[in-house]
Design a protein around this ligand. Structure first.
Ligand SMILES: Cc1cc2nc3c(=O)[nH]c(=O)nc-3n(C[C@H](O)[C@H](O)[C@H](O)COP(=O)(O)OP(=O)(O)OC[C@H]3O[C@@H](n4cnc5c(N)ncnc54)[C@H](O)[C@@H]3O)c2cc1C
Length: 374
């Protein structure tokens, strides 16, 4: 790690010690993080770190943005890592890459400072993996488009001030009839539904959204090219989920190493039993090997060379590994691993969704197989 990255990590860790760690358990109980945490993150310079200086960012690169998410995950703040990665690494790049100059000037400085929170709404009750089946419609009108429909499972849905919404602009044209819109939460007819109760990542707000004839003139990117835009941005989304997974893996392994050295049984430490040593060695090896692959994908992303198949491989292998690490490490904690107060218990529950959102593992396998068999 370069000196600059080390200083950045140290300052992020200090921020987390002061602003996050003392409150995280309460936020998990509350089922949401307070809105002003976003501002604190923005003011400390940890949101959207790769946005250009012209829009209020610090023009860092993706490595720095990935580092924020990795550290959050490593510290066991998985819900926060998801919230921040959706805001900084998914929503913001869409606006940076596809937005008009006016859209960029309006939204990017607010997203960087935490004054605005971002969300992206593709999934609907009847359409998740099969995105072409969305039913939210945008009908052309004098003021732009009139958008009606429903979205679900939307990360940051409660706090979001701006939401990228996928809607059908040509319902007969399948994938070629989808467009993206930038919806302002204050628009008439934009309704935030309930904050959904999940089995893990409790403080990550995950919401339903309803649109009742919301008037919107802000298309994002090219009309009817929304599906193509989504496909172009998905590699970064899958890569950042891989980074989340790898951060979590390394945190879980560290806690387990410490625990097994302390825990005494049969007159020795748990770490002295061969099963423990082999389990830890195996996990450490798998984490190192997988991290090397994810790092190579980060490198390729920086050069504009990350393809959909490689990003899918990274997401598939990292998130499956995360769930294995969570399970194997929890086992070594014994009954304590099943107790909510132990971070490994939370990490176990937080991990499970990683194999589902951003493209389920089975979808990743389909993409990889298509690449192989074409
Ligand atoms: C906590 C959380 C946060 C989320 N955040 C967002 C967000 O911010 N924005 C957003 O738009 N969406 C979000 N999602 C939605 C998420 O992306 C979807 O849940 C996911 O894409 C799966 O869609 P689905 O739930 O409708 O399941 P389905 O599409 O119904 O799939 C169910 C299962 O079918 C299997 N399957 C699916 N496709 C295939 C295939 N091609 N081949 C073989 N098997 C297959 C898989 O096992 C899959 O898990 C979030 C979800 C959760 C749980």
């Amino acid at each position: 790690m370069s000196e600059h990255m080390q200083l950045f990590t140290d300052s992020l860790n200090r921020f987390l010690d002061q602003e996050v760690a003392p409150h995280y358990q309460q936020w998990e109980k509350d089922g949401i993080i307070p809105r002003d945490v976003w501002r604190a993150f923005g003011q400390a310079g940890f949101l959207c770190v790769d946005v250009d200086e012209a829009y209020g960012g610090c023009a860092g690169d993706f490595t720095l943005s990935a580092l924020v998410v990795k550290v959050l995950s490593q510290r066991g703040f998985a819900a926060l890592a998801t919230n921040v990665s959706v805001h900084s690494d998914i929503v913001t790049p869409y606006i940076s890459h596809l937005g008009s100059e006016a859209q960029k000037q309006y939204w990017l400085p607010k997203l960087v400072s935490g004054e605005a929170v971002g969300a992206i709404a593709m999934t609907e009750p009847g359409a998740g993996s099969d995105l072409q089946a969305i039913r939210t419609q945008a009908i052309s009108c004098d003021d732009g488009y009139r958008i009606s429909g429903q979205k679900t499972f939307i990360t940051n849905g409660q706090h979001a001030d701006v939401c990228i919404v996928a809607a059908k602009t040509d319902p007969q044209a399948g994938a070629k009839g989808i467009s993206l819109f930038l919806l302002d939460k204050t628009a008439k007819g934009y309704q935030v539904g309930s904050n959904l109760e999940k089995i893990g990542q409790h403080s990550g707000d995950t919401s339903e959204l309803f649109f009742d004839e919301v008037i919107c003139a802000d298309t994002l990117g090219v009309k009817n090219q929304g599906f193509r835009h989504l496909m172009e941005e998905l590699p970064r989304e899958r890569l950042i989920l891989s980074v989340c997974a790898m951060g979590a893996c390394s945190g879980m392994l560290d806690w387990t190493v410490d625990y097994t050295k302390d825990r005494q049984l049969f007159g020795q430490s748990l770490a002295q039993l061969q099963n423990t040593r082999f389990t830890l060695a195996q996990l450490d090896t798998q984490i190192s090997v997988n991290w090397a692959y994810v790092e190579s994908c980060i490198d390729r992303y920086q050069k504009g060379e990350l393809d959909a198949v490689s990003a899918s491989k990274a997401k598939l292998s990292s998130t499956e590994l995360q769930c294995k690490v969570a399970d194997d490490c929890l086992q070594l904690f014994g009954g304590y691993g099943y107790m909510q107060e132990y971070p490994i218990a939370r990490a176990f529950l937080d991990a499970r969704v990683q194999r589902i959102y951003g493209g389920a593992s089975e979808v990743m396998k389909e993409i990889i197989a298509r690449g192989l068999l074409k």
